[in-house]
Design a protein around this ligand. Structure first.
Ligand SMILES: [Zn+2]
Length: 514
């Protein structure tokens, strides 16, 4: 029997066709390009960070296993990956390295054709050789291709140093809300959700941004400690206000000597009509942070290294974590300072572990010698030859291990008198008990555990019976007044302790003007 279409059937089929057509067209409606350069640059450190130091992701590697990418995928958004370059904190980035990343991103963007949105995965404290503000350069070039109508959303580490001009190129900004950091993935997901929401509802988000003239080390900006906790607790409340999308507080990165270094706040309005509300909220938050500036303090005991060692040996049955804060690898310092090791040996301690010293040559010598062998080495003091010097030691190789993010970087554990010394072939710090386990070490079996950190990262914080921050010299000196700043804006607290300031004097972004 032949199937005959009557008028009604034709209408139903047409409706189905149109609605299916629309649905599929709607699902694939948005194109979002993604790029990222995530680096915290310590400008005091005499080391130029190059492409070899970065983990560089391209194509499908960028989106693989990423919650933000899964979300966009589920929403039917076409994600166009370019390049994501990620590196732990270290010295400023070489010009050619940055330009190589940037040009690759821009070339893919040009070939990709028009996009609706851009998701940038940044740290915020990027500093590049020869560039006053490389992040500004990046966003200006992106805008040149994408035009003023493309929505740009960027996620950041809260230790970023953010300039007003850079903000002018962005529509949406979202920063981590935890330090020590626990919410990197959550922040990236929140950022793309806001981007999708803006695209979906045809919002044109606008940003209120205020640089606050406060320079503090991250150790005074721990988000679980008051008064910082209460300030961060306000962010989700502000974000939920009618017409607002998100709010961020940047603690900033004080070891990058740049004009824009320091704290800042941002509030994202969904459109120009709500920018005034965003501005009011940003100013209130900025003023409250300013009022609390003298209460932003360390949450742990601090001492000189000799005092810290003395305090620890007084309680031999307990474990005391001592952070070598001036040589804090997680703030981009050298990680090869020998001062703490030298002082522990001078005090003839009997039960200490030191993580660690970054010295690939010394690791090679240990690997060549093998486990159980006695070695004579000159360790450390190669990158940090300013506050430190190489130290001659004799020790027995206890253990060899593979460290680093992909477990491919050799390391060695040596017994040097009463000190168990961990040597790294890459610039890394053990921030979690799992890392110590990899090197065959139970930190709680020692009286003294030295780590090259400032604040203890969460995993170590959770197990440390006691922590003392040793105020050691180095490229991440906690006493900012002791650093020689040439570029940071002045006046700034605490370098100019008596200065006055009010947020109302600051400029607020009117959206993407580039
Ligand atoms: Zn950070």
């Amino acid at each position: 029997m032949r199937f005959r279409l009557n008028t009604k059937a034709i209408v139903i089929i047409a409706v189905l066709f149109i609605s299916f057509g629309c649905t599929s067209e709607k699902k694939a409606n948005f194109r979002v390009l993604t790029a990222g350069i995530r680096h915290e640059s310590n400008s005091f450190m005499p080391y130029l960070t190059t492409a070899e130091d970065f983990t560089i992701l391209r194509g499908a590697e960028i989106t693989k296993g990423q919650a933000w990418a899964t979300y966009l995928n589920e929403k039917g958004v076409e994600v166009i990956p370019t390049l994501h370059a990620i590196c732990g904190p270290s010295g400023i980035v070489a010009k050619e390295t940055y330009e190589g990343f940037r040009d690759e991103i821009l070339e893919i963007f040009r070939e990709a054709g028009p996009v609706d949105g851009i998701f940038l995965d940044m740290h915020g404290a990027l500093q590049v050789e020869g560039y006053p503000d490389a992040q500004l350069d990046l966003i200006q070039r992106i805008r040149k291709i994408g035009g003023k109508d493309v929505l740009v959303a960027a996620s950041f580490d809260l230790h970023g140093n953010i300039s007003q001009e850079f903000m002018d190129g962005l529509n949406i900004i979202s920063a981590y809300r935890t330090a020590p950091h626990l919410d990197g993935e959550e922040t990236r997901l929140r950022t793309v959700k806001l981007l999708f929401e803006a695209l979906h509802h045809h919002y044109l988000p606008q940003l209120a941004h205020i640089n606050i003239p406060i320079l503090i080390p991250g150790e005074k900006g721990i988000t679980s400690v008051e008064p910082v906790k209460s300030l961060y607790d306000r962010l989700p409340e502000i974000a939920q206000m009618e017409g607002l999308m998100d709010a961020s507080i940047f603690v900033g990165m004080p070891w990058t000597d740049v004009y824009r270094a320091g704290m800042s706040v941002q509030v994202v309005a969904q459109d120009a009509g709500h920018l005034h509300l965003a501005q009011v909220q940003a100013e209130a938050l900025a003023n409250d942070i300013w009022d609390q500036r003298r209460n932003l303090q360390f949450d742990v005991e601090t001492a000189s290294i000799d005092e810290a060692i003395g305090m620890a040996v007084e309680s031999p049955d307990s474990t005391v974590f001592i952070t070598d804060s001036g040589d804090n690898i997680t703030a981009g310092a050298a990680g090869d300072g020998t001062l703490v090791l030298e002082r522990l040996l001078a005090h003839h301690v009997s039960n200490a572990v030191v993580d660690g010293i970054f010295d690939s040559e010394a690791v090679k010598q240990c690997v060549n010698a093998g486990v159980g062998t006695e070695v004579k080495l000159s360790v450390g003091g190669k990158i940090d030859y300013i506050f430190s010097k190489p130290l001659s030691i004799t020790g027995r190789v206890l253990h060899l291990f593979m460290g680093g993010p992909d477990h491919k970087s050799p390391g060695a554990v040596l017994q040097v008198e009463g000190v168990t010394l961990i040597l790294h072939s890459i610039h890394e710090a053990f921030t979690d008990p799992v890392h110590f386990q990899l090197a065959g070490i139970d930190p709680l079996a020692f009286n003294i555990v030295v780590v090259k950190e400032g604040y203890l990262f969460q995993g170590l914080r959770d197990i440390a019976p006691r922590a003392i921050m040793a105020l050691t010299p180095g490229f991440a000196n906690q006493i900012l007044e002791n650093l020689e700043y040439n570029q940071v804006r002045r006046p700034i607290f605490p370098l100019d302790p008596d200065m006055t300031w009010a947020a109302s004097s600051s400029v607020v972004s009117q959206g993407h003007k580039l």
